[in-house]
Write a protein that binds this ligand. Structure first.
Ligand SMILES: O=C(O)CCC(=O)C(=O)O
Ligand SMILES: [Fe+2]
Length: 253
């Protein structure tokens, strides 16, 4: 099966890589339209829909930092304000062995392209059994609350768009701003404007989610929002701690 539309997206070419790198540098995001062929998406959607009943739903409130609250600080401090996340997911070990997602994830040309665009020298899978490839499920009313990612970059592909809602919203470079705590408050209060990123099934999306505060709004309508996260590290042998695995997946293996 063809994995990538390499005519529209010549990922081996230096000029194409340079253009992608520039966009990511300037905006913190990169959307490559119709990167994955529709036959591939259809197949992965069918696999994902068949596994929706196995999705895990984590405890649903957290702060934007994904850390424990700090009770020595005021209630309205960014460490203490809680947001809701109600989406579910399946972990890497629940993705079928013959899924095209595994071929994409381990494809040398795809990895070399990611290194070039993300400006990293190496790219490695997670050392634990759960984190590398995940499928996220947001059925009607479910959402992903405002947060900063722990990893420095994110690589995602939408599989199925909801009828409405499920919008990816972000504000670049909040974490690195000296006024970060005030800005987190303003974004949570809805008084600082946010950007939306439009992407469709089959688009490849890269974003700097470590520094950009971002969320996905609640799904509206009966169609579940389905999204794949390809998670990598720039060093070998890195896995989530047992407590992080327990939080994100409800189990450690
Ligand atoms: O669902 C999305 O589009 C973004 C997912 C995300 O931000 C995350 O998994 O941390
Ligand atoms: Fe995120």
């Amino acid at each position: 099966m063809r994995l990538i539309d390499s005519e529209a997206h010549p990922i081996d070419r230096a000029d194409y890589r340079a253009a992608c790198r520039t966009t990511l540098r300037q905006t913190g995001t990169l959307v490559l339209r119709d990167f994955f062929p529709i036959e591939m998406i259809d197949r992965v959607v069918a696999d994902a829909v068949a596994r929706e009943a196995n999705a895990f739903y984590a405890e649903s409130t957290h702060n934007v930092w994904l850390t424990d609250p700090d009770l020595s600080r005021p209630e309205d401090h960014s460490y203490n304000r809680q947001v809701v996340s109600s989406k579910g997911l399946i972990a890497d070990d629940q993705i079928p062995a013959d899924s095209p997602l595994r071929d994409v994830y381990s494809d040398d040309a795809f990895r070399a392209f990611l290194c070039a665009v993300l400006e990293i020298d190496e790219i490695h899978p997670y050392a634990d059994e759960l984190s590398s490839i995940n499928v996220h499920y947001a059925s009607e009313g479910r959402e992903l609350g405002w947060h900063f990612d722990n990893s420095s970059f994110a690589v995602t592909m939408l599989l199925q768009a909801p009828d409405a809602g499920g919008r990816f919203e972000y504000v670049p470079e909040v974490r690195t701003d000296p006024a970060v705590h005030d800005r987190v408050g303003a974004i949570l209060d809805g008084t600082e404007p946010v950007d939306g990123l439009d992407f469709a099934p089959g688009d490849l999306v890269l974003f700097r989610g470590h520094d950009a505060m971002h969320r996905v709004t609640p799904t509206e309508g009966p169609t579940t929002r389905l999204l794949v996260v390809f998670a990598y590290n720039n060093r070998p042998g890195i896995g989530l701690s047992a407590s992080a695995l327990q939080t994100f997946y409800g189990r450690i293996n």
